[in-house]
Structures are given as C-alpha cells and as structure tokens.
Write a protein that binds this ligand. Sequence first.
Ligand SMILES: [Zn+2]
Ligand SMILES: [Zn+2]
Length: 165
Amino acid sequence: MDLIIDSDSGFASSTNILNLADHLQNKKMKKKEVEQLLQNFVQDKWLIEQDGEYSLHTRCIMEMEHYIQNTYQDLVKTCNICHNIAVQGQICENCGIKIHLTCVERYFRGQSGPRCPQCTEPWTQEIPRISQTSSEMPSTSQVVSSVQGGRRNVSTASTRARRPL
Ligand SMILES: [Zn+2]
Ligand SMILES: [Zn+2]
C-alpha cells in the first residue's frame, strides 16, 4: 500500500512489494504469505494484478479516498487537470504536478508538442493512448496500465526512460 502510493505511476511490482515485505514486520511474514495476501487482495478487488505489477483497484481508491488523502497528504497529489486525487498518473519532471493518465491523454490529445499546464515545460512523459472514449473515473486508468510498464521508479525521476512518441 505505501509502496504503491509512493510510486510515481501508482504501480508497484510484486518484486518491490516482496522486497518491502522483507523489511517489514521483523520478517514475520514469509514471501509465500505475502504472495497469498496479495492474491487475496486481488480476489477481493482491492488490488489489480497485471504482469506481476500491483496497483490499487478503483474500488479501493474510491472507498479509501478520504483515508488516503488524510494519511498520505504529503505523498498524494491531486490531478492538475481535474483536481481529483491522483494515485496513478504522470508527474511533470520539472515542476512535479501530477496528472491522471486519462487526463493527460485528454489534455494533450492532438497537441504536437505537449507542454505542462503548470510550468509550460515540454511534457517529457509518454502520452498514453486510450482508445476507449468512455468517461470513466479518471483514477481507474486500468486500460493504460500496459503502456507504463517499466516506469515504476519509486524515489526519483532521474532514470525514467524517455521513449520517443
Ligand atoms: Zn485528472
Ligand atoms: Zn510542469
């Protein structure tokens, strides 16, 4: 949970979680138990598992929005576009604002040189392409989880890959 919130993209790999679990609880939990726990979370729809990555399920984000906002005030940012809580999104490498993937896609759609709405520096992150035009909750972004594989740098943005569009 902390790890997912802490990660820029809102995703945490199972490896990261297992590593984290190693440091927790005086190693009371064995890896098998952690894996089992994650499976239970997935089954109960608290987490989404995809290709070994775990993210918060929409339901979890919705039900825990207040909790998340209160507990992680310093960590969780709100989307610069829609001003809702943004757990999964892209962060401007220059000014640090966060935008939902879906909001990024909507905002930058059709722009050849996308720029940050806050600092107007060029947007360095890959613009997700969302084929569906449904207006879901912005924080779901399950549809785009595949495009952001490999982008789960927890601490800094320095090593983030910059793929050409
Ligand atoms: Zn948004
Ligand atoms: Zn910016």
